[in-house]
Design a protein around this ligand. Structure first.
Ligand code: TA6
Length: 277
């Protein structure tokens, strides 16, 4: 079952429920901000301080970072691109008891051209059942070559940052954004301080081990994985975060960033996908 709901401030989202799970997806940014399998706690984290209002990026869920990841060269442009703050169209593909599939589309407009000059087709297919699937497809409909970096910037809800471990990135090279240095991951990842890393050449399943459950992340069309926890100081000063937010969230992002950016010739397309289960 899918219900279109609109808050008093005009914020509009799809409220989804089927035999396996419930989910909420904002039309702004095609941004899923709630996914919860029945008889489980929510799998995606949403900040208690996040305000659901038009034009404001949602802190939590899975923001779509496109057509660039991180800070652009032009400081006047928004971090993580513009797709997550613009309204997308949607089409209900499947609304069955055991699975819900919705395709969202962002069209080029005078607004997008103020950020980025290219013509494109951007779609996001979201599949909700006992797994959560996202497929972000970029088509270059321009006459110019375009280069994109992107991320499905997933905020996972965790029991406690001190008690989780991330496996699957052992031996992978990563850029440490905090020190602007490069390293090789030794062993699983545990957390005791702010962590902001872009792992490259990743083509395998990532596992998030939480005392309550193990979450598997199967990516495709992705060579980068971003691992981020803001820790205390950034939790305290970042927008739409509480001082203790860092304890209950961890970002493991399916991406193509930095040297994994994708170049598309006219007529070419690329799909960045993840399956969370
Ligand atoms: O993906 C990690 C990161 O780039 C961090 O450096 C931090 O800035 C985070 O994204 C949140 O970015 P946002 O623009 O959503 O506040």
């Amino acid at each position: 079952m899918i219900t279109l709901r609109t808050l008093d401030n005009g914020f509009t989202y799809l409220d989804i429920r089927n035999d396996h799970a419930c989910a909420k997806i904002a039309l702004q940014g095609a941004h899923i901000f709630h996914y919860q399998r029945h008889d489980e706690s929510p799998l995606l984290w949403l900040s208690d301080a996040s305000i659901l209002q038009p034009g404001t990026a949602i802190r939590g869920g899975i923001p779509i970072c496109w057509p660039w990841f991180g800070m652009p060269d032009d400081p006047a442009l928004p971090q993580h691109g513009f797709a997550r703050v613009l309204p997308w169209d949607y089409e209900i593909v499947t609304d069955h008891n055991d699975v819900t599939v919705i395709v969202f589309r962002l069209q080029p407009s005078t607004q997008t051209k103020t950020f980025w000059p290219y013509r494109f087709e951007l779609s996001l297919q979201i599949t909700v059942n006992d797994q959560l699937g996202l497929k972000l497809t970029t088509a270059n409909t321009d006459v110019e070559i375009m280069t994109i970096s992107s991320a499905l910037h997933t905020y996972f809800a965790i029991t406690d940052i001190h008690s989780v471990k991330v496996l699957g990135l052992e031996g992978k090279p990563y850029w440490d954004a905090l020190s602007d240095t490069n390293h090789i991951q030794a062993g699983g990842i545990m957390f005791s301080a702010e962590t902001d890393r872009v792992y490259q050449h990743v083509d395998n399943t990532i596992k998030l081990l939480d005392p309550k459950r193990t979450i598997s992340i199967d990516n495709n069309g992705s060579s980068s994985v971003v691992v981020w926890n803001p820790w205390i100081e950034k939790s305290t000063r970042m927008s739409a975060m509480m001082p203790d937010s860092y304890l209950s969230m961890l970002c493991i992002e399916t991406a193509n960033a930095r040297e994994d950016s994708i170049t598309l010739s006219p007529g070419q397309s690329h799909t960045l996908g993840t399956r969370i289960h």
